[in-house]
Write a protein that binds this ligand. Sequence first.
Ligand SMILES: [Fe+2]
Length: 438
Amino acid sequence: MPASVTVTETQQAPVVQIVNDLPLDTQIENLIRGTDKINITRAKNTKVSFETGADKTGLELLPESTRKRLEADGIDVSKGYPEVPDRSKIPIFVDQAHAIRDSDVPFVDRGKNADPEKKALFGAATEVINLTKNVGTEIVGLQLEDLTDQQKDELALLIAERVVVFFRDQKLSPTAQHKLGDYLGNIEVHAQVPQVPGLPGTSVIWVDYQTKKGMELNFANSNLSNWDSTRYLNVGNQGWHTDLVHERQPAGYTHLHLDAIPSVGSDTIWASGYGAYDKLSDELKKFLDGKETVYVSAHQYLDRDDPFGGPKRIERVHPLVRTHPATGWKFLYVNRGMTKRIVGLSPVESDIILNYLFDVYEKNADLQVRFKWTNTKQGYGTSAIWDNRVSQHRNVWDHEGAEPRHGTRVTSLAEKPFFDPESKSQRESLGLYLHKWD
Ligand SMILES: [Fe+2]
């Protein structure tokens, strides 16, 4: 315990005594770090207090298929699972969180120079199935672990074009998943999200673990439509969102591998940002091209200069319409959960326009694919790799935790967002019909 603060735990709450004249922010940080009675992560509506390090109780909940996958990879789970980030390193103040990745990092999109016909990838697959006309392709007969660099480059381009690509029946170790993510971009290591022990950047996606630890997620509060998590606390990941939009270089290719899948339910839905942009009229496109928008983090922090002013999110400004470096197509970069406002418009104007854009993204079924994760072989897992730049997604929590659902996610951060005024939309580029409004 730091010398500046004494915490006496009573049955109700810690009693704090300030015993010297250190700056207020230092004392608050010491207090928060010094007791696990305070929820340090300030994430969503969880009252869950995770302990630092590997979690013994999590080990007891681990699905058998997950345990086998981890052990086959030589992951040491003897101390517990998952590994919760060190409490002493979790940011308390928003400036600390903002500083984590705040300089330019080189990124080359692997899809940029790939063979547009993807002969190496498609030639090796037994089947390539487009699950809908506009979004989502499933590849059959290939193991992700065995792909050559040429096939990986073609896969990157395919994901960039089709938004999300699926592989069932995979024998994929967390280490191999991490290696693939490293090839596809700069792996994001989250300061707060539980990880696979010894593999930073391999995030554990395991909602039933959180519910068993006390997160209140149920039929009534899950899957609520049009949930605006910038204004209201939300639970889980069922609202439409794009991952990590607040980053200086936001998420690109993102890979979720499920190794424990409910026999029915727990689907995920993706929607296309290319399509959302192409639904707009030419006049609205013209208005939006070149505009900038403020994006916020999912996690919340304190303001060092106003620590009692309530939770604050990391904010960053990016173009509202972006150009994809591999496809060259324009896309709409907004999501209801984490897009705060359009720069230069009044709050009322911004709300009206953003709400319309969210609706276009969320409500057009021809821009969406709904994926059932089920495998055809016992003991195998299923992978979805999507491009977080050009999409939104949401999980459907209809299984209500009755059967375990566990996955590992590796997110490859991509380029600093840009808008090229010379770039075309997807339909324009492909020569597809676009309506002209009089
Ligand atoms: Fe997500």
